[in-house]
Design a protein around this ligand. Sequence first.
Ligand SMILES: O=C(O)Cc1cc(O)ccc1O
Ligand SMILES: [Fe+2]
Length: 370
Amino acid sequence: MAELKYLSGFGNECTSEDPRCPGSLPEGQNNPQVCPYNLYAEQLSGSAFTCPRSTNKRSWLYRILPSVSHKPFESIDEGHVTHNWDEVDPDPNQLRWKPFEIPKASQKKVDFVSGLHTLCGAGDIKSNNGLAIHIFLCNTSMENRCFYNSDGDFLIVPQKGNLLIYTEFGKMLVQPNEICVIQDVSPFNVVAWHGNYTPYKYNLKNFMVINSVAFDHADPSIFTVLTAKSVRPGVAIADFVIFPPRWGVADKTFRPPYYHRNCMSEFMGLIQGHYEAKQGGFLPGGGSLHSTMTPHGPDADCFEKASKAKLAPERIADGTMAFMFESSLSLAVTKWGLKASRCLDENYHKCWEPLKSHFTPNSRNPAGPN
Ligand SMILES: O=C(O)Cc1cc(O)ccc1O
Ligand SMILES: [Fe+2]
């Protein structure tokens, strides 16, 4: 396939015309009585019409047939997708999953849609307020079918293999270490479009990381790549946060993540490498969930090493890409997540078992390594 060319600029107003139909975008207006090439004009709204201009999102598509010209929808087997957050009793334990297994194509062909497995989530689709985390485990391209999600935005984080995604706005090749966000998808008959509501992808290597250059551990909001806002300012439905390779230079500081409990839920995954707070057990393709107020933090090995380490400047997480969805919702795990996936790590809690008391009641300030 010819190399794909992309329009650049997050949130920009972009335009695109199929080179075979020059001038297919109407000039000076969006909705002419008759569009160039006798195309249909169709608007796709990504925000309420009434949003202020700075948050208003919409695109205009000029297509051979409007997307309403489809046959009636019919239900299909829902597979492993659910929005029932009461399948199992709430579980306050720290949860960790071994790498999820991709089925072998020789045994069963599974495409992106039938390979979606809901792991956890919260909220309500009808009020458009919620979040679901699905693991996609597929081995086959989608043929003669396409998919649209009218429940919300899809942020896709591939861990293995490449995704060639056909959207109404064009094609995207999304590879590990890249992410993409898609909207509605329907038959691919768009000849031209313009607007600021489009699918996009982003290479996580381009994230300009900041970190503490003096002392102490900055909270991970410094690593926020994308935010799905809630109605409460500063409180996200989900922040998408990454832990990319960077320099650690903080003096007199325990540099890995601190022990904590959080009113936000934290779902983490690893694309490649190993995560700085866990010496082992948290593997690429796996995940972990520390839901509302569940205590967690560095494992015992990590604590021992980092509290004794000489604090020279060091590269943190070279070759690594971990990510987190930090959500104000209390994420409930599905039956698939707890049982059917067969990937739940029953021994996760043991990584903290060796932690011992270092309390020295008679010496307030024991000599540290530096
Ligand atoms: O739990 C985690 O590993 C993620 C995390 C990292 C960090 O540097 C500070 C807080 C936090 O939740
Ligand atoms: Fe955390």
